[in-house]
Design a protein around this ligand. Structure first.
Ligand code: LLP
Length: 425
């Protein structure tokens, strides 16, 4: 459920007509609903009710400072994967003891910054990383709290580019070797083992892969405790999928996911962390774009929009489907026709949808891409020298630009031409 609905024939973000924002901000832009963000966060928080738990928002899905602040005020922790995300989380006021640091390639500088600023735990993904972290922490007179990410060799049955829990993926250490690696961890001077971490992939639309993975984690917890490790925390990752189409998808609900967690690991007495990203932010955002031209091609019509693959890369990168709806509600029974919906970037891959049935549209009509709040703005680039598009947050009848559109001057001004090149000119 989200808060982007037609009212009196116009798509609204909560209580604000989307066309009103477009008139002031220009297109394309991202628009987020605060009510949807908090609602989705609370669904997870409530699903884990009864367990000692922390919901750490995977801020890679949407890292705008205002979004982070909103979720932090709800009590969210953050799952960060870079020094930049760590800095953003801190800038949003998230205390270090609510931040977990994931990722296969943490640098020593990133480790140092997190140890200085405060960190709940590092999710360590390899032995070389663990040794480096031990050295950095010991050098600072500290012991770094860690969970080791285990790879449970479970098929998440999702898109290959976002599945992470099979043995051939680069993530975590093979679960079969976990006892050996925990033994080494226990002996390292700068490491304090606090738990186990697992994340098997993203956009999972079934619970079974989670069940398999968490069952393996529960077994491992018992084995590691027998080996003398104080396993007191389990980070169960993110990955619960969302419906990208209104019609035929019904992924499992956070409540059922919470029940599964309780069933598989609830009796271990561990503190539980989860790292959902997409389910919190995905359906809390739309991307609004304008039709520039309607072009008749060979046997097909193209809707050429002002938004492009650099603004929302998911369709070209993962063949992802996003529902695209007109901002002005079509009349009931209005004629539909198929369009290829494309952006202006000079690549055939800059295609959002092929032969998508849409009401008949004209230049200057606005359309909204649904489910664009996760992995939308954060994956944007300035390809074709198209400035990053603005982000807007709506709360009730209030709205504000939470990242503005850079001018061409600002975009170009980041480049620097060396003196010797000027001199040659
Ligand atoms: N934790 C870890 C360690 C992760 O790697 C991820 C996502 C998450 C949590 C959050 O997963 P979520 O709940 O959002 O599914 N750009 C792709 C998705 C990449 C996901 C990467 N890792 C897309 O647009 O579909």
């Amino acid at each position: 459920m989200d808060h982007f609905l037609y009212r009196e024939g116009v798509l609204h973000a909560e209580d604000v007509p989307v066309a009103e924002i477009a008139a002031q901000v220009g297109t394309p832009f991202y628009c987020y609903s605060a009510a949807t963000l908090t609602r989705h966060f609370r669904l997870f928080d409530e699903a884990l009710d009864g367990l000692d738990h922390l919901v750490c928002f995977a801020m890679k899905s949407n890292s705008n400072l205002a979004v982070l602040k909103l979720l932090a005020a709800e009590g969210a922790g953050m799952d960060v994967v870079s020094g930049g995300e760590y800095a953003r989380a801190r800038a949003a006021g998230v205390p270090g003891d609510r931040i977990v640091f994931s990722g296969v390639g943490k640098t020593r500088d990133e480790m140092r910054a997190a140890l200085e600023g405060g960190i709940r735990q590092f999710n360590v993904e390899s032995e070389p990383e663990m040794r480096a972290l031990s050295e950095v922490a010991a050098g600072m007179g500290q012991r770094a709290p860690i969970a080791i990410r285990v790879n449970p060799d479970v098929d998440a049955r999702t898109h290959a580019k976002i599945a992470t829990g099979k043995s051939e993926n680069k993530f975590g250490i093979p679960i079969a070797r976990a006892r050996e690696v925990y033994a080494e961890a226990a002996a390292l001077p700068g490491i304090e083992v606090v738990g186990i971490d697992v994340h098997i992939g993203s956009q999972l639309v079934e619970l079974e892969p989670f069940e398999l993975a968490y069952t393996k984690v529960a077994e491992l917890t018992r084995a590691l405790r027998d080996d003398g490790h104080d396993i007191r925390r389990l980070d169960l990752g993110g990955g619960l999928g969302i419906p990208y189409t209104r019609s035929n998808e019904a992924p499992p609900l956070p409540r059922d996911y919470g029940d599964l967690i309780k069933r598989t690991v609830g009796d271990l007495g561990c503190e539980v962390e989860i790292e959902p990203g997409r389910l919190i932010s995905g359906n809390a955002g739309i991307m609004v774009s304008k039709v520039i031209y309607v072009k008749s091609g060979e046997g097909r019509d193209f809707l050429i929009l002002d938004g492009a693959m650099n603004d929302l890369v998911r369709p070209s990168m993962y063949d992802a489907h996003h529902d695209i709806v007109p901002v002005i509600e079509p009349a009931a029974g209005a004629e539909q026709q198929p369009y290829d919906i494309v952006g202006p970037v000079c690549e055939t891959g800059d295609t959002f949808a092929r032969q998508r049935p849409m009401p008949v549209l004209q230049p200057d009509d606005l359309v909204a891409f649904r489910s664009a709040g996760a992995y939308g703005a954060v994956m944007a680039s300035e390809y074709n020298s198209r400035p990053l598009i603005p982000e807007v947050l709506v709360q009730g009848d209030k709205w504000a630009v939470i990242r503005s559109r850079p001018s061409f001057e600002e975009m170009i001004g980041r480049d620097q031409v060396p003196d010797w090149l000027e001199a040659d000119a």
